[in-house]
Design a binder for this molecule. Structure first.
Ligand code: HEC
Ligand code: HEC
Length: 196
């Protein structure tokens, strides 16, 4: 484990940089370091990594600018570009997909790396339209139903909030849940037909 030729903080810094680059590349084809306007000034959107990498990164850079959204139909219309980004990264993570699962490429808009960029405002893909419906369902579930149960449940520890990931768990299509056969539901062990 202990490799003498690299001091420990330097190894952590290397690791943090590699992780950050991998995360950016995985989340968003357009902000992959190769596609960023000036590769030297990535990272684009995350807070500085904690630890030595963040401390040694030099003067803080201004946050990257994201264009204001032009085609929001279900999200609050006053969200900034950066706020929309953050929500989108959450959805992509919750569903285990990348941005291009819901957003169509724009063949006429080719980035410096030769790959076409995504047209985020376009409503071409069904996945985007389905995600809008899902968002509306989630909003009503959260406000009108989950909140009412949470209100009655306030003696307990607050439960995890309802997110897309509550159901999707890293899958575009939520997986079927099958209770493990070897464990009968709690409290039913002694009911007729439940002996194992
Ligand atoms: C599960 C589908 C889905 C995924 C994955 C997704 N988006 Fe979106 N995105 C949407 C939907 C739906 C809207 C429109 C929301 C609305 O109508 O209020 C949207 C809107 C946007 C907008 C605003 C466009 C405009 O001008 O109105 C941007 C920018 C955007 N997404 C970026 C991203 C990025 C970046 C990623 C990847 C990190 C991503 N999206 C992943 C579904 C998705
Ligand atoms: C209460 C559970 C639940 C929540 C919360 C939920 N979904 Fe879903 N979602 C589903 C189910 C179930 C399906 C499958 C519907 C079908 O095709 O039968 C689905 C399907 C989808 C699909 C279509 C997948 C495909 O096959 O192309 C998208 C996109 C999607 N959800 C996005 C979202 C987003 C974004 C959120 C959060 C804003 C969200 N969902 C929250 C249960 C949920």
């Amino acid at each position: 484990m202990n490799r003498p030729f690299l001091p420990f903080p330097a190894r952590i810094a290397l690791l943090a940089t590699a992780l950050l680059a991998a995360t950016l590349a995985a989340q968003d084809p357009q902000s992959a370091p190769s596609a960023a306007p000036s590769p030297a000034s990535a990272p684009a959107q995350s807070e500085p990594a904690p630890g030595p990498a963040g401390q040694n990164a030099g003067a803080p850079r201004p946050p990257r600018e994201y264009p204001a959204p032009t085609n929001l139909k279900v999200l609050p219309k006053d969200l900034t570009g950066a706020q929309v980004r953050e929500i989108m990264q959450g959805w992509a993570g919750d569903l285990g997909v990348k941005c291009d699962t819901c957003h169509a490429v724009d063949p006429k808009n080719v980035g410096p790396n030769g790959r076409p960029r995504l047209n985020y405002a376009s409503d071409e893909k069904d996945e985007k339209l389905m995600a809008r419906i899902m968002y509306q369902m989630w909003e009503v579930d959260k406000k009108d139903y989950v909140a009412r149960v949470a209100e009655m449940d306030k003696m307990d520890e607050p439960a995890a909030p309802l997110t897309c990931g509550t159901c999707h768990r890293g899958h575009l299509d939520p997986e079927k849940y099958t209770p493990p056969a070897e464990h009968p539901p709690q409290g039913m062990e002694n009911m007729p037909g439940m002996q194992h």
